[in-house]
Design a protein around this ligand. Structure first.
Ligand SMILES: [Ca+2]
Length: 483
């Protein structure tokens, strides 16, 4: 032991004052099976080197007790007399020789059928059982159904085809099931390991440029009113569908003839989210319902866009400039209304006004979806661009400007079969005409087509050059230059 002077013999139990390793209780029955000498020596050494730290004594005794138990020797309680207590959690108590098969919610009779040797353990008190590492009252155990345990109050599907909805009743702790099924527009499948009814498809509505709308059912039109409008929202209320509203406000730009989307407002779960050009790079959120924000709504940035996503599958994206995209699950088919149409699969009834009649033109249609007047806002139909046809003719033959979209050997050639460029070309010509060929405006249109091609999984080739839609110009000045 060198210079160590600690009186270790006494502490580790080689005299009669402490019960530890000494013959007699509680280790005596083990001495003939495992010689305690080496354990005693180690104990003495460790204690000496650590100035008699109690922890060392307890560790040494624990390792001897474990060794004995492994040999099948029952050890009586040595912790109480040595003060080496084993901390036990709530609703449990220390057992020197407890069952190795504790009672659980799944198997409350487990200790009775246990063939393993006893272990030193914290055993749940009478009336409690082990569940996820904790001792809980037996009455708090969930329900057993088809070999699975479900929490009290938990709802789940009782079959693989989503035709029986089951509940683990908190009162009876029994499972009760009812005939049920997925709603229209949904299908039963497993996502992220959870079987449920999920939307069978999604629809997309968008507005970009001055703004050119494409409704859920694929109807294209232009509407330039500059007040606040319902872009889309739930119109046929149902307890199965979460209510929401997406509003847009357009803004006069440049020539004052056309307008662009400048504010997008999303209202859902009593949360009000505003994305505006004025606050590019930021999203404003009303804080009346913070909990919904954390678990039901997520807001993040994706490339140049702000994205608002809800737990029921609605996604709203706005690039803070002029392009807004709303994606809704098929469960909302036929139940929405607004500038995006009713999402019923029928293109011909898309210009249905708030009053339920079919509008003769997009201006009348758009006006009917006005939510609010903004001071100074107007809803005039824009004048036709006088030389639109001439512009279209000349652009159609070009390899550059709007013509780049149609160029059969151009950068978008592989996309033509996947995404028809004609509509984008028409929009491009339209804007080109009103903005007198202002490049930033048509670059936005071409970017929209490039984005659609990317989404369709098509490779497109470099189309920006230093003199045409260069990246720098697009990020720096597009729609930001008031002159
Ligand atoms: Ca429709």
């Amino acid at each position: 032991m060198g210079t160590c002077t600690y009186t270790i013999a006494k502490t580790c139990g080689s005299d009669s004052t402490l019960p530890s390793f000494k013959a007699g209780v509680p280790f005596s029955r083990c001495h003939s099976v495992i010689d305690p000498k080496i354990y005693l020596d180690n104990c003495v050494y460790d204690l000496c080197m650590n100035n008699g730290l109690k922890e060392m004594l307890c560790q040494a005794l624990t390792s001897y007790a474990d060794a004995c138990r492994k040999e099948g020797v029952a050890i009586s309680d040595w912790r109480t007399p040595t003060g080496c207590s084993l901390p036990c959690q709530e609703n449990s108590q220390y057992k020197a020789c407890g069952s190795a098969c504790p009672a659980t919610c799944n198997d409350q009779a487990a200790p009775n059928n246990c063939s393993l040797p006893c272990v030193e353990t914290c055993q749940c008190n009478e009336g409690f059982v082990l569940d996820a590492g904790k001792c809980i009252p037996k009455a708090s155990c969930g329900c057993k159904f088809n070999g699975h345990l479900y929490a009290l109050g938990e709802q789940f599907w009782g079959d693989r085809t989503c035709t029986r909805r089951c509940l683990c009743d908190p009162q009876t702790r029994q499972v009760s099931c009812q005939a049920s099924g997925c709603r229209t527009g949904e299908q039963c499948r497993v996502e992220n390991g959870i079987q449920n009814c999920y939307p069978s498809s999604y629809g997309t509505c968008s507005a970009s440029g001055d703004p050119h709308y494409i409704s859920f059912d694929g109807k294209k039109f232009d509407f330039q009113g500059t007040c606040l409008y319902q872009f889309t929202g739930l119109c046929i209320k149902s307890q199965d569908l979460v209510d929401f509203q997406v509003l847009v406000q357009n803004d006069h730009r440049g020539s004052q003839v056309v307008s662009f989307t400048k504010v997008v407002q999303v209202k859902v779960y009593e949360v009000d989210i505003v994305i505006s050009r004025e606050n590019t790079g930021r999203v404003m959120v009303s804080l009346s319902n913070l909990s919904a924000l954390s678990c039901k709504i997520s807001i993040y940035r994706r490339g140049q866009e702000a994205v608002v996503q809800t737990d029921f599958g609605l996604t709203v994206a706005f690039d803070w400039q002029s392009r807004i995209t709303v994606t809704a699950p098929s469960t909302y088919a036929g139940a929405v209304c607004g500038l995006c149409g009713n999402f019923n699969g029928d293109k011909s009834d898309e210009l249905t006004t708030r009053g339920g009649t079919l509008a003769p033109n997009p201006t009348v249609f758009g006006q009917s979806w006005k939510v609010k007047d903004i001071p100074g806002c107007v809803e005039v139909a824009k004048d036709e661009c006088s030389d639109l046809e001439a512009v279209e003719r000349s652009q159609r033959g070009m390899n550059g400007e709007c013509g780049i979209l149609l160029d059969k050997s151009g950068p978008f050639r592989e996309c033509h079969s996947k995404v028809d460029p004609e509509g984008y070309f028409q929009d491009c010509v339209y804007d080109y005409c009103f903005f007198k060929g202002q490049q930033a405006v048509i670059c936005q249109l071409i970017t929209s087509y490039a984005t659609a091609c990317h989404a369709a999984g098509v490779t497109i080739y470099a189309w920006r050059t230093n003199s045409f839609c260069s990246k720098w110009k697009q990020l720096g000045t597009i729609f930001c230059d008031e002159s």
